[in-house]
Design a protein around this ligand. Structure first.
Ligand code: COA
Ligand code: MG
Length: 291
């Protein structure tokens, strides 16, 4: 399954769902949480079940649903409505740690059996930094639960619980508490051996800013990004796909080590390359092949 670009789609909008399917996003996240107002959540949940049934044939994108959080009183109804053939995964908001993945995994075990689905088919992505306790539990996703597919993070809900008046500094970058959340998400995902996905870029008319920001995400180690608008998908994909120069250098590094199996460190074009560079080069080539 690919995770480079996952597009949020409010589950109460058939029009947006139709449009989202044409974007080329690797996955669509049909949202039952905050983009759907409480009075229409039940209707959205019911409609969503039909959309999942209608999408159960072959298609080029993953079908994800963001359910409401465990403490909302709505999560079980959401899960009961959407775990059916055609669903690929659940995005769990406000996760407090690995124990929430285990809990969700047990629910999915039962609901998959009821739906006649292959055990373990439905994967889980957690939004791992939306509560204060969650910030102390980023290491708890390792070792990874078999259903855990990726970690992502969120800055808005965390700001609301912490009481930050803004999560950005004067220059528009994440302020220190939110840089910490972002970094811990990356480390937690790496410790668990799953991809980290950077949080959404809210200014959906700023294509250049999005691409710049995604390049930083890729540089730091994120494997993809959440999108909120169809116009963001192409920019995200472009920014996360290694450039021809990156790919050429990666080929050069791999070839140099393959030609010299007895060497742990090699000079290429006046720079030192050792085993971490070789690992990185292989990662770059894998990302280029997936793209
Ligand atoms: N998925 C699919 N289609 C979308 C979309 C999305 N996430 N966001 C916008 N569109 C559609 C609009 O319906 C519109 O379609 P139209 O041309 O047929 O009328 C078109 O893309 C252009 O949209 P635009 O006018 O630029 O934006 P908007 O003001 O209609 O919508 C948002 C802005 C933020 C409300 C919208 O992008 C959105 O709903 N995003 C997802 C929000 C979400 O799920 N949040 C949860 C995670 S934080
Ligand atoms: Mg939220």
């Amino acid at each position: 399954m690919k995770f480079c670009s996952l597009l949020f789609v409010p589950a109460d909008s058939e029009k947006k769902f139709a449009k989202a399917r044409e974007t080329g996003a690797d996955g669509l996240i049909l949202d039952l949480e905050d983009s759907v107002a409480p009075p229409v959540k039940a209707a959205a949940r019911a409609t969503l079940g039909g959309w999942i049934d209608a999408s159960s044939g072959p298609r080029g994108w993953g079908f994800w649903v963001r359910i409401n959080p465990f403490d909302s009183g709505l999560a079980m109804d959401d899960l009961a409505a959407v775990v059916r053939p055609g669903l690929d995964g659940i995005l769990l908001p406000k996760s407090n740690g690995g124990q929430d993945v285990v809990r969700l995994g047990h629910c999915l075990d039962a609901l998959e059996a009821r739906a006649g689905m292959a055990p373990g088919h439905v994967k889980i992505i957690v939004v791992a930094t939306e509560t204060a306790p969650a910030m102390f539990a980023l290491g708890s996703y390792a070792p990874a639960h078999p259903r855990l597919a990726a970690l992502t993070w969120g800055a808005e809900d965390l700001a609301a619980v912490v009481g930050s008046t803004s999560n950005k500094d004067e220059s528009g970058d994440w302020s220190a508490p939110y840089q910490l959340a972002r970094s811990l998400c990356l480390m937690g995902a790496s410790a668990a051996g799953v991809p980290a996905l950077d949080t959404l870029y809210a200014d959906f008319r700023d294509d250049d800013g999005l691409v710049r920001s995604c390049r930083q995400s890729r540089r730091d180690g994120f494997a993809g990004r959440l999108a909120i608008h169809p116009a963001q998908v192409a920019g995200i994909k472009r920014a996360f796909t290694p450039s021809p120069e990156d790919v050429a250098l990666a080929h050069k590094v791999v070839a140099a080590f393959e030609a010299n199996p007895g060497l742990g460190t090699i000079g290429i074009d006046g720079k030192m390359y050792d085993i971490p560079h070789l690992k990185l080069a292989r990662r770059t080539l894998a990302a280029a092949t997936e793209g």
